[in-house]
Design a protein around this ligand. Structure first.
Ligand code: 13P
Length: 238
């Protein structure tokens, strides 16, 4: 299985020009990297500029770059008639060329009071509209609630990301032993073959251990994904 490397740019950078520059450097850097799937999740406002430069026809065997969003709302017009000021629907993302969406990131749970219930609704909307959903969790117990009522056949488009809160943005990644243990526990809980990613202070020094030793299918990367050289190094090491 191709490793899946997801860049979560969070609320960065602050200008379109910088976003384009970071993306261009990453694209150039991974040109010859073998067999990895890279997903860039910029803020909503930069999605369309980046969707214009993601190359849809990429060579087999080499790295492919896909587009993802950092969040999605659960309603889709005509239900509700689109009267949800400030929100973005799964259909909008799909029509823009997004293939992935991050759902339930711990920062959204913390600052925007997202609950397992709202995360469940977002997951349903994303999956029903053909997006691949990256569900972030830091506890095993969050899986069951988030997946309530989702049919087994829809799980093929689900990816789980284990992001221990203590490791996010702190520079203190989870130990490989603990991460590996959680990876196996999550796999046992979910009982379906899906991709499981690790996220939290990943850098070019520890990235390959999470894939090779802790057996994750890939990585969800915050800070280091905004540093093109470091991000490309991570892709090369895995
Ligand atoms: P950092 O890589 O900056 O720790 O962020 C991880 C994360 O939250 C990715 O979603």
């Amino acid at each position: 299985m191709k490793p899946l490397i997801v860049a979560n740019w969070k609320m960065n950078p602050q200008t379109m020009a910088e976003a384009k520059q970071i993306f261009d450097l990453i694209k150039k850097g991974v040109k010859n990297a073998k067999n990895t799937e890279v997903v860039i999740c910029p803020p909503f406002v930069f999605l369309s500029i980046i969707s214009n430069v993601v190359n849809p026809r990429q060579e087999r065997g080499l790295t492919t770059i896909k587009l993802g969003a950092q969040d999605v709302f659960w309603e889709n017009p005509p239900a509700g008639g689109g009267a949800f000021t400030g929100e973005i629907s799964a259909k909008m993302l799909k029509n823009l060329g997004c293939e992935y969406v991050i759902i339930g990131h711990s920062e959204r749970r913390k600052y925007f009071k997202e609950t397992d219930e709202t995360i469940n609704k977002k997951l349903k909307s994303a999956l029903e509209n053909g997006l691949k959903a990256i569900l972030c969790i830091d506890k095993k117990s969050q899986i069951k609630n988030a997946l309530k009522g989702i049919a087994r056949q829809q799980l093929k488009n689900l990816i789980l990301a284990y992001e221990p809160i203590f490791a996010i943005g702190t520079g203190k990644a989870c130990s490989i032993e603990k991460a590996r243990e959680m990876n196996f526990l999550i796999r046992k809980t979910i009982k379906t073959k899906i991709k499981i990613l690790y996220g939290g202070s990943v850098n070019s020094q520890n990235a390959s251990d999470f894939v090779k030793k802790a057996k994750f299918h890939g990585l969800l990367i915050g800070k280091a994904s905004l540093e093109p050289k470091e991000f490309v190094k991570i892709i090369e090491t895995v």
